[in-house]
Design a protein around this ligand. Structure first.
Ligand code: FES
Length: 368
């Protein structure tokens, strides 16, 4: 019984046959000799390193690897010897770890480069480039196929389909233009949203908003927060679980002895030595809540920006460019701490323009 499939005459291929996988190399670029099979590497086209250069390379690479070994040991020793703690020891540890690791990686990379360039043989390889354009037959085949597809889709014969498709695509084309509006006048509203926090809003009863302890939600009686050096993480009452609000409104509350407060702090915005600062670091917004009681330093753990809490939370070290904003506080009729107004300047990272609000505060002699 014959197989009919083999009897049917196959049309001549109109496009070049697709080659799956890596094509066979052209004879002129092959590293194999005419009678060699794959697996037999020909030395034709290969420059072997002369023994003198190879020996030199071997010594140089070995030296690099020895340096890598020693630097690796130094890294481990540094980790054990230099413990982090205060600012100085942390800097020393970072320097030792970073320096030894850099040296180890650099020496390892140099050794490998020397090994490849001075010890291993060099190959001369030529890769042929072919014309980018398809041949005429392929182009005409694509053209024919496209026209055939268009005819079969009925886009020319069925105007209802064509018009509704165009109508459906039009709003999608306009979508990017609508998004561009965010760069225009509506930016002003965005700016406003960044400027204000919920501390500026009164409660439903029209009273100033109380400060409550983060986690427990307990309001803070000023008389109870009375040990100098004490620190609390604080959120606005009514917004204890609102992450959007908390992202800008979280505070740290610090109690000072009156003689500890310096001129950078606006004393009119404090109550009995209690000062409230934004907890959002002015570098890139990490929570800055590590507090060193003896020096009054607030430390941001992300990039080590350090702020002087006694002096208006001015930056004394690190990449932050401006102080942590201070919140004006007082006590209500029952002696609980409340915010008397919103922050006078925007909280958080300083990468956007602060503009008029800050200028106004500077004019009034408040915190800048
Ligand atoms: S976010 Fe605080 S120092 Fe970078």
């Amino acid at each position: 019984m014959t197989d009919n499939k083999h009897d049917i005459e196959q049309p001549e291929e109109r496009v070049p046959r697709r080659v799956i996988g890596t094509p066979a190399p052209a004879a002129s670029t092959s590293l194999l000799g005419p009678d060699e099979t794959p697996g037999e590497l020909s030395v034709a086209g290969v420059d072997l390193q002369d023994e003198k250069t190879a020996k030199k390379g071997e010594k140089l690479a070995a030296l690099c690897f020895t340096i890598t070994f020693l630097a690796g040991i130094a890294f481990v020793v540094s980790y054990v010897v230099f413990q982090v703690g205060d600012l100085e020891s942390t800097q020393t540890s970072t320097l030792a770890l970073g320096g030894s690791l850099t040296l180890a990686l650099l020496a390892l990379a140099s050794g490998l480069v020397v090994w490849v360039r001075m010890v291993m043989p060099k190959y001369k390889l030529i890769q042929e480039r072919h014309a980018m354009a398809s041949d005429r037959e392929t182009r005409s085949y694509v053209g024919e196929t496209f026209l055939q597809g268009a005819a079969e889709s009925g886009i020319t014969k069925r105007p209802l389909l064509r018009r509704t498709l165009l109508a459906a695509a039009a709003p999608l084309g306009l979508a990017p233009l609508v998004l561009l509006r965010d760069l225009g006048p509506s930016y002003t509203n965005f700016d406003e949203k960044l400027r204000h926090t919920v501390w500026g809003e009164k409660t439903k009863e029209g009273k100033p908003r109380r400060l409550v302890v983060e986690g427990s939600g307990a309001p803070i009686r000023a008389a109870d927060f009375n040990s100098p050096g004490g620190i609390l993480s604080v959120v606005p009452e009514g917004y204890e679980h609102d992450l959007n609000a908390l992202a800008k409104a979280t505070l740290i509350l610090i109690k000072f002895r009156p003689d500890e407060i310096k001129s950078g702090t606006n004393v009119n915005w404090t109550h009995d030595g209690i000062v409230a600062y934004s907890k959002i670091c002015t570098h890139v917004g990490c929570p800055a809540a590590l507090y060193e009681q003896t020096t009054h330093h607030i430390l941001c753990p992300c990039h080590q920006s350090t702020f002087d809490a006694a002096d208006g939370a001015k930056v004394i070290f690190g990449p932050a460019a401006r102080p942590l904003p201070q919140l004006p506080i007082a006590v209500d009729d029952e002696g609980y701490l409340v915010a008397t107004a919103d922050f006078a300047v925007p909280v958080g990272p300083s990468f956007w323009e602060r503009g008029d609000a800050e200028a106004e505060v500077i004019e009034k002699g408040g915190q800048s």
